[in-house]
Design a protein around this ligand. Structure first.
Ligand SMILES: Cc1ncc(COP(=O)(O)O)c(C=O)c1O
Length: 409
């Protein structure tokens, strides 16, 4: 079937939730995606931060093809050999203690909110029954299920589904006074992305994060770090919160964890995690044997000497290339981000840049209308960055040319 035929079929058979790019993906290799016509795209979208090792990584494919991998699914009613080792590896990397495995980011966020409530309502808690408020940050994104949506900022995502969870309050980003004002004995947790991904690659201030942690301690509330997009090597650290020496009570992760298959995880401190007991939470598919094996391999690769240094170095190289593009093309208002979670905010809508990128064989997306977001595989090399930034040049040129003279000087 051709792209046009598939698109026509989907328009009659799928719920209209996605605006797809006009690519019929058939194959991937390293940092490149190929369509049905054999066109090659340098993929700096990375399956929305899932394909951290690119496509067809030989060690990941070896796990998939291993003849001993006969267990695709067993349910959480029995043991298998991989959840325990994966939990212990994640605990060692994060500094937290106990894990729960889910499938997606939103499911991990849901579980984290439930855990925070269970902890607030635990038998020996000093708090009364009214400790269930959750603080979130303006400009946040935590997922599409009802609980995760309740702590997600953009009104356009939330409004059609109200009423959502009661007791959610949004704190103004990096506003210490508002943060202090928002805490009370009713607050069970605050959830933060150290770098807001969907929000446009916006870095939260270290002082603000430290104050949030301190306020949590004072009020016996929990600090939840959502590392679904910024975690697991993306910023050149295992977790983005490690940059500030934070010690969150709960961390949620997903996207690249099983190198392309769905797997999410909640990590928590022991005293918090023990608010769960058998029967209080669960997931049929969560932590399946194949996903856990893939995740163990992914973490092994991430932990190799030089892997994260490479992410930091190549990320810095890419950032500098973007900064020199900014000097040349003032239509770029700001370059932001860290490691390989980078963005260029334009003075104009970015949709056309994405379209022109596709024509030129470059894949990236635009968030918040004007923010070009780059989430390439962590294995990119200088030649990929050079090819990408050189490819951006004529696109920026044409955008600049289309602007009224002097508009962005
Ligand atoms: C920070 C963050 N949290 C949660 C989610 C939701 O993850 P999922 O789409 O796997 O449910 C996302 C997805 O983009 C995200 O970026």
């Amino acid at each position: 079937m051709t792209l046009e035929q598939i698109a026509e079929l989907e328009s009659r058979t799928l719920m209209p939730t996605y605006e797809r790019l006009p690519i019929l993906a058939v194959r991937g290799e390293g940092c490149f995606l190929y369509d049905d016509r054999g066109k090659k795209y340098l993929d700096f979208l990375g399956g929305l931060a899932v394909n951290a090792l690119g496509y067809n990584h030989p060690e990941i494919m070896a796990v998939l093809r291993d003849p001993s991998a006969t267990l695709l699914h067993v349910s959480n009613l029995v043991y298998h050999a991989y959840q325990g080792p994966l939990a212990s590896r994640l605990a060692a990397l994060s500094g937290l203690d106990l894990a729960f495995f889910a499938n997606t980011g939103a499911e991990a966020v849901e579980g984290a909110i439930k855990l925070a409530r269970a902890y607030a309502q635990r038998d020996d808690a000093a708090a009364s029954n009214d400790r269930f408020d959750i603080l979130a940050l303006e400009n946040s994104f935590h997922g599409r299920t009802l609980g995760a949506l309740s702590v997600t900022w953009p009104e356009k995502y939330r409004k059609p589904f109200e009423p959502l969870l009661p007791g959610v309050e949004f704190v103004r980003l990096n506003d210490l006074a508002h943060l202090r004002q928002s805490f009370s004995s009713r607050v069970a947790a605050i959830i933060v992305e150290v770098i807001q991904g969907e929000g446009g690659v916006v870095e939260v201030d270290g002082r603000f994060l430290e104050a949030a942690q301190q306020l949590c301690r004072t009020h016996d509330a929990l600090l939840i770090c959502d590392e679904i997009q910024c975690g697991l090597g993306r910023t050149g650290r295992f977790f983005a919160y490690q940059k500030f020496g934070l010690e969150p009570d709960i961390v949620v992760m997903a996207k690249p964890l099983a190198a392309g298959l769905p797997l999410g995880a909640i990590l928590a401190r022991r005293r918090v995690a023990e608010a769960f007991h058998p029967g209080l939470h669960g997931s049929t598919f969560g932590g399946g044997p194949l996903q856990c094996r893939l995740a163990l391999k992914f973490l092994e690769i991430l932990s190799r000497t030089e892997f994260l240094r490479h992410v930091r170095d190549i990320g810095e190289y890419f950032r500098r290339r973007l900064l020199s593009l900014q000097e040349e093309f003032p239509v770029i208002q700001q370059v932001r981000g860290e490691g390989l979670m980078l963005a260029a905010e334009l003075a104009v809508p970015g949709k056309d840049a994405v379209r022109q990128g596709l024509e030129a064989g470059l894949l990236f997306n635009c968030t918040q209308e004007r923010v070009l977001r780059f989430l390439p595989p962590l294995i990119i090399q200088k030649e990929h960055v050079d090819q990408f930034t050189e490819g951006l040049r004529p696109i920026l040129d044409s955008i600049l040319a289309a602007q009224p003279k002097g508009a962005h000087a």
